[in-house]
Design a binder for this molecule. Structure first.
Ligand SMILES: *Cc1c(COP(=O)(O)O)cnc(C)c1O
Length: 474
């Protein structure tokens, strides 16, 4: 009777069977949580064996849910780079909060449709509330904040480009790029996230429209050089329209000089976007917030919740105070969409997606339970751990190669500065399974990169990382 039904009946089994499989999942996840720190952070993958294991599912015969769940969990356990591991010092991928995972579960089960407001009023209002909260912490007047949750930072940056084009050239939306009197160009630093190239490709600007401006020795965008490039491009007949300041570069966690960029954009009549996909989280900490000073002057801001705000992927956000511009960029009316409700915004008219999931819930639950102060404590703790790491590395013969208040630590071997050496060191550390770090080039200089981002990371894990890199060096 409480046998889990297979076939079509498995879509919605009755309580005893459904509850048992839920309990199985809860036990499995709690087991993972207990064991993760004792496992290798990553392990080599045999692609053929992996494909064979997956290929064994031909879907001809239904399988029991516990068996499939265990099987998939084992595949994930054995092959994934464990971003939930306390010694994953990696690429801005967090260990998700428990409330974040629960938020994903609730969002999936209720499955609200966030296209039209009228289909999902609570979900739409929760997201709008979160955007006002985040925007407010970043320095926008909260009541003016508009925006949208996105799949991640790349989509948020795409949204910013579409908004900037629409606002700069009202004809762009109807007639396209060919209506413009020249070639639009945008600027970001050589250390910026290169989603800009894909965005330029997709929008029809073309990849050559992205002008990468060199950084100074501090790895921050060189503003005089930018001003010079803009003048030269204008003299050539090109149409500069957008400057991007990155607040927390992927390589070095560097924060571009946002106030100077805002001044320049004011002077030259250009749009200013702040890409704070990673660094924007710092706005929740009173101690770290000053590092983002000037960000409130940006026309739009990208923040990823699925990075340092530690919710499961994917959740990014585009914030702006230009609600009208956003509405103009994504306007559309159809007969088949439910009519709009006065004094509300339909999510599908403020972002690129149409049908979309309730991305904001995982952040809402995480924030509500941790509190803003709980987040601040975690962010400050990560920054403190990075300080400890810098100190230990300096003491054991490494040079710190970047300068940032954010917990991104780039370090180079004093004895051998080559890329080959650092690449080999990273491979040795990762291969040993004790920690996950990556090699990075900063202004051409080779280094290793470690980002403290898991809320599970302790000072002992930082020590273990230092031992791992020193052992790798031999
Ligand atoms: C991660 C990141 C992106 C891309 O965001 P996704 O969430 O991966 O789409 C863009 N810019 C910066 C600065 C980032 O750190």
């Amino acid at each position: 009777m409480d046998q889990f039904p297979v076939g079509r009946a498995s879509f919605d089994p009755a309580p005893p069977a459904a509850e048992r499989v839920w309990r199985h999942v809860v036990d499995l996840l709690e087991g993972e949580r207990k064991e993760i720190a004792g496992r290798a952070v990553s392990a080599p993958v045999d692609v053929r064996r992996l494909r064979a294991a997956i290929g064994a599912y031909d879907f001809d015969r239904p399988a029991a849910p516990d068996d499939v769940i265990d099987d998939v969990a084992e595949l994930l356990r054995a092959t994934t780079v464990h971003t939930t591991h306390p010694r994953y010092f990696g690429l801005f991928n967090p260990t998700p909060t428990l409330m974040g995972v629960i938020g994903e579960t609730l969002a999936a089960a209720f499955n609200p449709q966030l296209a039209a407001w009228s289909h999902a009023p609570a979900a739409a209002e929760i997201e709008a509330h979160l955007l006002r909260f985040l925007g407010g912490r970043l320095g926008y007047p909260p009541e003016t904040v508009a925006g949208s949750f996105t799949s991640g930072g790349a989509e948020a940056n795409l949204t910013a480009v579409l908004l900037a084009l629409t606002r700069t050239w009202p004809r762009y939306g109807t007639e396209g790029l060919r209506a413009l009197p020249g070639r639009p160009v945008l600027y970001a630093s050589t250390e910026s996230h290169l989603a800009w190239l894909k965005i330029a490709h997709a929008t029809g600007l073309g990849r050559d429209a992205v002008h990468l401006v060199p950084t100074g020795p501090d790895l921050r965008l060189d503003v005089p050089n930018l001003a010079h490039q803009i003048a030269a491009d204008r003299a050539r007949g090109d149409l500069p329209f957008l400057v991007v300041g990155t607040a927390g570069t992927t390589g070095a966690g560097a924060i571009d000089p946002l106030p100077e960029l805002a001044d320049l954009c004011d002077d030259l009549g250009l749009r200013f976007h702040a890409d704070a996909a990673y660094g924007g989280a710092a706005a929740l900490s009173d101690r770290l917030r000053p590092a983002l000073s000037g960000i409130e002057r940006a026309d739009s801001i990208t923040v990823d919740a699925h990075k340092w705000l530690s919710v499961p992927m994917g959740a990014g956000a585009l914030l702006t105070t230009d609600a009208e511009g956003l509405a103009e960029t994504f306007r559309v009316t159809t007969s088949y969409m439910p009519a709009d409700v006065p004094d509300t915004v339909d999510p599908y008219t403020s972002g690129q997606q149409w049908s979309r999931r309730f991305m904001g819930l995982k952040l809402f639950l995480s924030l509500a339970v941790a509190g803003r102060a709980g987040y601040a404590e975690q962010l400050d703790h990560d920054a403190d751990l990075a300080d400890i790491l810098r100190e230990r590395l300096t003491d054991t013969g490494w040079d710190i190669a970047n300068d940032t208040p954010l917990p991104v630590v780039c370090f180079a071997d004093r004895a051998d500065g080559t890329w080959e050496h650092h690449d080999a060191l990273a491979r040795r550390v990762v291969g040993g399974g004790r920690a996950w770090i990556s090699p990075v080039r900063l202004n051409g200089r080779a280094a290793l990169r470690a980002c403290v981002i898991s809320h599970r990371t302790t000072p002992a894990d930082v020590d273990e990382l230092v031992h791992a890199v020193n052992d790798a060096r031999g």
